[in-house]
Design a protein around this ligand. Structure first.
Ligand SMILES: [Zn+2]
Length: 1008
């Protein structure tokens, strides 16, 4: 994508036409006599908004008195019951330090930090001397760090004589004060060595208004993991020499492992690095480097000095040292320099990522009035990293995500690159400019970065029409899937560091993003984006809290007809409560009733006592009537309310959550789901019900699993999608059918059902648009199922592809990625089948895995290797995965473990249980993923409790993981016991395209 092809954003009133006009309908109600004119507590409020082409009616009902349960409004709503009104809580406290605050000084008292707020750091002068440790015994060189830090402290409280700070795994820690007449009498001493909390005691009390300087010196070493200050290893492409990168990953609490600091997001300070490092390596950081000089040891070391950062939180501080080259320089319209750093051989593959980066930053800089604060924004490729980290001024990112070349990256890799860059660049505003006040507000960064990444994708691809469909199919779907079990709210105060890593899940990303989008639906784009703008301006260089966001939105609706909505109340239920509702829709004659109840996949889930279930939500309801499809009606259904209203006649149907803004499912009781879906599909010529059709598609399987609809209703509705001409939703159905088939597994007696489901998939492929992405996706799933079932045809084809497309054509070539002619999407499967087929090809693939330097192909080869069924090899591989070493990057361990388990479940489970404690010690951060893979039982719910009985320590430490695991297992058992026996597609036609289904196999080099 070239720069001049990228669409430009208008500033900043996005998407919504500016000529929206509002008509206060209160007068209508007053005139009709249903509302007492003088009683503002009991009015109905309605808004009519006219946009360019569509008449968009938002009908907002906000009732403030519980006693009012019969308001007859001229818009057709006849009854509202039981609205519990709570006066807005006000737990807010005032924060003293003005630098903590942007705009509003009111933030809630939810700090869970180990540090007191008796003073604030303003400046860190950090000096690091980094050299190879000659005493290291590891294969990977360990680097030795000799550090000194001078921390300037301000805003000291009068009566303090103790300075508490963070330091973790730092040796030889000593401290002095540079202020005359103040001496350290004790320390540094550990308050909590495990959490990294230290203190020094002074001989006199500190005085408010005076600036103090604390000097600390220490030593530490690099680690081989991927957090803190760690080493990555790779071999150079040309001469196969060993090369290393040392880099930081500080989020959430690892800055304290490289230098003593105040390691909480609420402490924003300036950081300045002076780094002495081996001369053959280049150092990059948040800020540009100053001209460097050579020092001592016959010129073996280089000193790189960086400009000081603006005030930033410690978790976004970054430093990387390696054999880096830099790409060409690009400049955004506003003059910000963009560059990519990474290993030499990838510099020719930076073109697309640079285009994406430039497009994203141009868009963001034009979108927000709050300026990006630095002169540059780099991307640095790190070999061992999995994802990406939004370090201010220098985003660290997995090499796989930014170096793109058609030899090894397919379309999904390119899309991933764009999403990743959009996400991390959005964090420069949501996270870096406005930083979570504490980790309970992490969703304010992740939710918005997710939201903005979809928004940016749409803008850059000039694809603005279906943003909501994309939200519904991706973050909303993922959020709902995880939130279907009793889980944690988006605002979560975690118990320990392990839980902290575990909660960065689709709740923090997908659900938070969907809640923000729901608010966008309520207020419209103009108010929503203006409020975001205001929120960023007010809190610039300050801190994020959801109450500040609601304040900005509340402010944005003043003098509009939406001002009666209490946005704090509206958001509180969604942000502080786990779960989400299902809206029950039923009708009796012309009378419709809407009710909300919690949606649960299992009734007897293991719950976290911190967040009791059963709380209900104020639910924004969007709906359309078949008698007037172009009109969207809107109201807020109060918690525990039941809403009834009339429709024109018996054939007038209503469709709920048609815009998919709502984070809830919809269950049509009467008339049935199938009846409503039929209408949605038939009436879709105008496009007004596209969202309603998507909703029924998204909700179909979950409604069946949760017991809202029975098997007959399920199949009848599913059948409606078989020949649907709109294929957008086929991908969702394909994935759901695949999951259902996996759940059925090899349970005897379900041959017909499996045949039916595969026939259905085959029909989706058949009726889809030929060669479209969706059709290819469904075809791939069908193929995977065939292969998983070990159909000879598939095995033969994959093996043939391996021989013809890899083995024969890659003779004498060292790097497979340079010669393989198998389509990228098929390579993993092809390597897998070859590895399974016997020693000859297994050895061949292993050899190439060891030699390969391409991170894309290396992972594919590794996944292939893990398909082996040879028991001796399985054991060796298991030990390689679960023991610290340099043969597999830590970031790939969990994925490879998955494949090994999938191919050898009972053996791997046994080995895992025997070695669990040892694995937890070696890989505390990965243990949860290993356990989830190995202990997800399809038919035994007692397995996990049994395991926990024998591993009490692990049970406490990874409580959150095991709770999730037990709930999943309960659901799987319920599926087998209660749901599966009812799944009999007796009245529906079975596999109509048998012939075509067979012919799914295809020639060696076609994507099939
Ligand atoms: Zn993020």
């Amino acid at each position: 994508m070239k720069k001049n092809h990228l669409p430009r954003m208008p500033t900043p009133g996005i998407a919504l036409p500016s000529d929206s006009s509002y008509l206060d309908l209160r007068r209508v109600f007053w005139a009709s006599g249903v509302c007492p004119k003088d009683n503002n507590d009991a009015i109905g409020l309605a808004v009519v908004r006219t946009t360019v082409n569509v008449t968009f009616v938002q009908f907002v009902v906000n009732v403030y008195q519980q006693t009012i349960n019969q308001i007859k409004l001229s818009m057709g709503i006849t009854q509202i019951t039981q609205y519990d009104i709570h006066p807005p809580e006000n737990p807010d406290i005032e924060i003293k330090n003005p630098r903590l605050i942007g705009g509003s000084s009111q933030i809630p008292n939810v700090f869970q930090s180990g540090l007191p707020s008796t003073f604030y750091p303003t400046f860190y002068d950090i000096n690091l001397h980094i050299s190879e440790n000659p005493l290291s015994h590891s294969d990977i060189p360990q680097y030795f760090v000799n550090g000194t830090v001078v921390i300037t402290l301000k805003d000291v409280e009068n009566d303090t004589d103790t300075i508490t700070f963070n330091a973790l795994r730092l040796q030889n820690l000593t401290a002095t004060m540079s202020n005359d007449g103040i001496n350290i009498t004790k320390g540094p001493y550990a308050i909590d060595a495990n959490e990294g909390i230290y203190a020094v005691k002074l001989d006199s009390k500190l005085v408010a208004g005076v600036e103090y300087k604390l000097h600390l010196s220490y030593t530490t070493v690099t680690n081989n993991g991927f957090r803190g200050f760690y080493t990555s290893h790779y071999k150079t492409a040309k001469r196969h020499l060993d090369a290393y990168t040392i880099s930081t990953q500080f989020e959430p609490r690892y800055a304290r492992t490289l230098f003593p600091c105040f390691d909480e997001p609420r402490f924003r300070a300036q950081f300045m690095f002076t780094v002495t490092h081996p001369k053959n390596m280049k150092a990059v950081s948040n800020m540009p480097a100053l001209p460097s000089s050579v020092e001592g040891n016959e010129g073996e070391m280089t000193v790189t000095e960086f400009e000081p950062t603006p005030p930033i939180p410690s978790y976004t501080v970054a430093l990387a040292i390696g054999d880096f080259e830099s790409s060409e320089a690009r400049f955004t319209e506003k003059g910000t320099l963009i560059q990519i750093h990474g290993r030499r051989e990838y510099m020719r593959d930076t073109e697309m990522a640079l285009n994406y980066a430039e497009g994203c930053l141009d868009l963001l800089q034009n979108l927000f009035h709050v300026e990006y604060p630095l002169s540059k924004l780099d991307l640095t490729g790190i070999t061992k990293f999995t994802g990406a980290m939004e370090n201010i001024g220098n985003v660290f990112v997995s090499e796989k995500l930014i170096f793109l070349n058609n030899r090894y990256a397919d379309k999904s890799a390119y899309d991933n690159a764009l999403v990743t860059i959009a996400h991390e660049f959005s964090h420069q505003w949501f996270g870096n400019i406005v930083t979570p006040i504490d980790w309970s507000q992490a969703f304010m960064s992740e939710g918005f970065a997710t939201f903005m990444s979809y928004y940016i994708m749409n803008e850059l691809k000039n694809d603005t029409n279906d943003l909501n469909l994309k939200f519904a199919m991706n973050p909303q779907r993922q959020g709902m899937e995880v939130d279907s079990f009793p889980t944690h709210p988006v605002e979560v105060v975690e118990k320990n560091l392990f839980e902290h890593h575990a909660i960065f899940d689709p709740i923090i990303y997908g659900k938070a993003c969907s809640i923000f989008n729901m608010v966008r639906g309520v207020v419209g784009d103009r108010i929503f984006f203006n409020a975001l703008q205001k929120y960023l301006e007010d809190n610039k260089n300050g801190h994020a809290h959801w109450k500040k966001l609601t304040a900005a939105i509340q402010n944005g609706v003043i003098n509009s007809d939406l001002e009666k909505i209490n946005f704090t109340e509206l958001l509180e239920g969604w942000i502080t409560t786990p779960g989400y509702p299902v809206i029950k829709v039923s009708r009796n004659g012309t009378h419709y009733t809407l009710k909300a109840e919690p949606f649960r996949l299992i009734k007897d889930g293991v719950v976290d006592s911190r967040w009791p279930l059963g709380k209900s939500w104020p639910v924004p309801i969007w709906f359309r009537r078949s008698s007037n499809l172009s009109k969207v009606e809107f109201l807020i259904m109060p918690p525990n309310a039941e809403i009834t209203f009339n429709v024109k006649n018996e054939t007038d149907l209503i469709f709920v959550n048609t815009e998919n803004y709502g984070f809830y499912r919809v269950h049509y009781e009467t008339p049935s789901l199938a009846q409503t879906t039929t209408q949605a599909i038939r009436n879709d010529t105008t496009g007004h019900l596209a969202g309603a059709r998507l909703r029924t598609c998204l909700d179909l399987f979950p409604l069946f699993y949760a017991g809202h609809i029975d098997s007959a209703q399920f199949f009848n509705t599913l059948e409606l999608f078989r020949k649907d001409s709109v294929t957008t939703y086929h991908a969702i159905l394909s994935v759901e059918i695949q999951k259902m088939l996996q759940r059925i597994g090899d349970t005897p007696g379900y041959g017909d059902l499996k045949k039916y489901l595969k026939g259905f998939l085959s029909d989706l492929v058949h009726n889809g648009i030929p060669n479209s992405a969706t059709t290819k996706f469904s075809q791939k799933i069908l193929n995977d199922i065939e292969c998983a079932e070990g159909k000879l045809l598939c095995k033969g084809t994959a093996l043939q592809m391996f021989v013809e497309g890899v083995y024969k054509v890659c003779k004498g070539v060292q790097e497979l990625v340079d010669c393989v002619i198998v389509p990228i999407a098929d390579r993993e499967r092809v390597y897998c089948e070859a590895a399974k087929s016997g020693k000859k090809y297994y050895d061949y693939i292993t050899r190439h895995y060891v030699a390969s330097q391409n991170p894309f192909e290396k992972v594919r080869l590794l996944q292939g290797i893990a398909c082996t069924k040879d028991s001796e090899t399985v054991e060796t591989l298991f030990n390689t995965i679960t023991t610290p070493n340099d043969d597999i990057h830590d970031t790939n361990r969990a994925a490879v473990f998955n494949v090994l388990f999938a191919n050898n479940p009972s053996t791997v489970k046994k080995m895992f249980i025997a070695k669990a404690s040892e694995i937890a010690d070696a890989f505390p951060d990965l243990f949860g993923e290993f356990a989830t893979t190995a202990l997800t039982a399809r038919d035994d719910v007692d397995e996990v409790p049994e395991f926990l009985k024998n591993n009490a320590d692990l049970a406490t430490k990874y409580e959150y993981i095991f709770r999730k695991l037990q709930n999943t297992n309960k659901f799987e058992l319920r599926f087998k016991k209660d749901l599966l026996p009812t799944l009999k597609p007796t009245n529906v036609t079975v596999a109509r395209h048998k012939k075509d289904f067979k012919s799914v196999s295809c020639g060696p080099f076609h994507v099939c």
